[in-house]
Design a protein around this ligand. Sequence first.
Ligand SMILES: NC(=O)c1ccc[n+]([C@@H]2O[C@H](COP(=O)([O-])OP(=O)(O)OC[C@H]3O[C@@H](n4cnc5c(N)ncnc54)[C@H](O)[C@@H]3O)[C@@H](O)[C@H]2O)c1
Length: 493
Amino acid sequence: MRKVKTLGLLGTGVIGGGWAARALHFGIDVIAADVKPEMEAWIRGAVANAEPALARLTFAPLPPKGTLSFTTDLRTMAERADFIQENIPEQLALKQRMLAEVSRYAGTDVIIASSTSGLTPTDLQRDMVAPERFLVAHPFNPVYLLPLVELVGGARTAPTAIDAAAEFFVYIGMHALKVRREVPGHLTDRLQEAIWREILHLVNDGVATTGELDESIIYGPGLRWAAMGTNMIYHLAGGEAGMRHMLAQFGPALKWPWTKLEAPELTESLIDRMVEGTQAQAAGRSIRELERLRDDYLVAIQQVLRQFDIGAGSTLRLLEERLYNDASTAHTGDAANAEPLRLDLVVRPEWTDYNNHLSDFQYGHLFGCAMDALYRRVGIDAAYRAAGGMFYTVESHVKHHAEAKAGEALYVTTQVLGVDDKRLHVFHRLQRRGDDMLLATGEQMHLHVDTASAKAAPADAAVRGKLEALRAVHAALPAPVDVGRPVGSRAKR
Ligand SMILES: NC(=O)c1ccc[n+]([C@@H]2O[C@H](COP(=O)([O-])OP(=O)(O)OC[C@H]3O[C@@H](n4cnc5c(N)ncnc54)[C@H](O)[C@@H]3O)[C@@H](O)[C@H]2O)c1
């Protein structure tokens, strides 16, 4: 299968727009096709709306953004795309017809995936040319923030197509869940629908309002679900005996039954209750406003989960690992051009203090990120750390030249000043992108340690060699003026 440089989208509504925003953010070009020419303005707006939250999802160095183009001609899209994602309305006959048409124009090595919420891949691939490269790749709204994508193959799908699709989705920061067997509704929508069906019953029977039912989730199970699914949570609920005890205690209730299998009839009065209920919950807030709120907390939750290396937080860590690795090989600082290593960042609002300026302690964080990029560059990765070697920071001196504000794009450059078998002397400059204004400098000494004994120990020879090579090229750079500078206070002691 091809390396994906351009993602083709068929249908640019809510889901197509979400795919575009995610792909562009991670450096993939997008060619979007929709029957309605007015969708060009819509998708550009959707990408712009996604940007503020996406920009805060990770501060790992990103490649340049992809470019977005739009066409109403499906063939143009199919001929230019390396991977095609279909997102047209959920109608089997329409999808079958359009997928068959797309498959005639796209090279047979181009994977074609459908965002369908519940149709099965065997039905969808029926009339396609080279149906073995087709699969269902079911995302979740907002596609640009939620990592889950369910991958489902049909009777004629090649397992290699599923693997190649998974590789692409992981590249753009997603969690590819391979569904073992096609079933209507895949996995997640079956679970979601079971809850929704109960909601409709409880509202229809006048037991609760939509707001009360949402409360029953968001103050309780919803908080648990973000990191552990129902099964793990029930395993914990069973005490020491875990799931076995849980089943013994609550299993009989399944027969009573608490819940109803059939959905209620969608009568006008039920529809009115659902609509009035959710309008009351929205309390005059527009969909856009609520989307911004949702996007902000989705970003924040993923960053918390990242600290625990669990669920979507693990996905974010994996993505960042990949981005740092790519940046440390793609960035400057090689022997050919004597430039310092560079790391690009954007100031997150939560990094600022009450003056809306970057907080003091964040300078250490930013220089730490720059060191992380340097370490990867010279071969200090997870395997190196697991083997017991690492540099520890033993001294830092930060000099502030100007303030940085929330949302500002900055970059850190790192110059290797000196290296011996244990010590690494570096100099960082924090500058503003655009006008290159110098905001701060940081001089640091790092000491290589054997982490098991926490004692100084020589760095691996290959690491030392790479650091030495960087020091040699960086020696050609102008000497930093602040090096060796003491704190310039004249106050009497
Ligand atoms: N909305 C969700 O939460 C969600 C979540 C996951 C998956 N999905 C699935 O994604 C798909 C799209 O859903 P959506 O919510 O984005 O729908 P939508 O109505 O917002 O967008 C559909 C787009 O397809 C375009 N279109 C219609 N016929 C077309 C054709 N022949 N060629 C090109 N474009 C065409 C429409 O103009 C429209 O812009 C559906 O299969 C749906 O089940 C939706």
